[in-house]
Design a protein around this ligand. Structure first.
Ligand code: ZN
Length: 303
């Protein structure tokens, strides 16, 4: 089922980028997904109540599903989203009833397309008050997103295109993988990725990769990329990363916040800040050539 939803998203993405494949027909693809879904439901008779709507099937028809609010991972926050597809599975036994809703949503703010899944059942609920002595009941919903919502805010120098510095492709990849591990609560993997990112950064700085981490740190200091205080902070980071990789240490979320901050600080100081400074210097030189030279100052003679 998840695979079909992924295909539906891919189809929706293609629709917005028709130049990717001129022969690709969104209607044909979505119709096929619809047929596959019906087939899946036929073969899975345990789904007693099924409601499936895919809005794009009748292209040109009026939208029948109201927009809804959801967390947009791209522009960050609760946003109104168009519902591009909806699939619900529901079932019950003698004790309870449950629902599982999948929606393909498109953010109205930034057009980002993602899946929101809401699960609830009649056994998990809380009471609500109407403020006038009356009370009601509200089901507790479990909300999940795919792709997962970002748990760590990226620094301003890290965009979807990578780090704001030239020729750091390998480090871009290492950081993207690190943030992916952090977003998905993969703590041991995140610890390992932090150490890998440090290793990649050292290599880009021209540090000999064949030596120990301690020697790499010494060389980074010798070459003037960081100071002595930065070195001891980074040594702690590298040791924590190694503990994840070789000693099975699972860092807590708070440990990872600190480790990521140390790494981001290092990347900023050694790649981002020098590149921004160089760009600023180039612009200043360019401006200097446009500014008219000063006229010699005349000194007035006092009688
Ligand atoms: Zn958005």
């Amino acid at each position: 089922m998840e695979l079909l939803l992924r295909e539906a998203i891919a189809a929706a993405l293609y629709r917005d980028r028709p130049t990717l494949d001129k022969d690709f027909s969104i209607e044909t693809s979505l119709r096929q997904i619809y047929v596959d879904l019906l087939d899946f439901l036929d073969r899975n008779s345990n789904c007693s109540q099924v409601n499936f709507i895919l809005l794009e099937i009748n292209v040109g028809d009026e939208t029948t599903i109201k927009p809804r609010k959801a967390e947009c991972a791209k522009c960050g926050g609760l946003r109104w989203c168009e519902v591009r597809g909806h699939y619900q599975v529901s079932d019950s036994d003698e004790h309870m009833q449950w629902w599982d809703d999948w929606r393909i949503l498109q953010c109205r703010g930034c057009d980002y397309i993602f899946v929101q899944r809401i699960m609830c059942d009649t056994e998990n609920y809380h009471h609500t008050s109407d403020g006038a002595g009356g009370w009601g009941m509200e089901l507790d919903e479990t909300v999940k997103y795919w792709p997962a919502l970002a748990k760590r805010k990226r620094p301003e120098w890290m965009s979807e295109f990578g780090i704001d510095a030239p020729n750091v492709g390998k480090l871009d990849q290492a950081l993207i993988e690190l943030y992916g591990a952090l977003d998905n609560d993969l703590n041991i993997l995140a610890g390992i990725r932090i150490r890998t990112a440090f290793d990649v950064a050292s290599e880009l700085l021209g540090i000999n990769t064949e030596q120990s981490f301690q020697k790499k740190l010494d060389e980074i200091v010798e070459k003037g990329h960081i100071g002595i205080a930065d070195k001891s902070r980074l040594a702690t980071l590298v040791d924590a990363g190694s503990a994840s990789a070789h000693r099975g240490w699972k860092p807590a979320a708070s440990d990872l916040v600190l480790m990521t901050e140390i790494l981001e600080h290092f990347v900023h100081d050694t790649f981002v800040a020098p590149s921004r400074k160089a760009r600023l210097d180039a612009k200043a030189t360019e401006m200097k050539s446009k500014v008219p030279p000063r006229k010699p100052v005349k000194t007035e003679k006092k009688d």
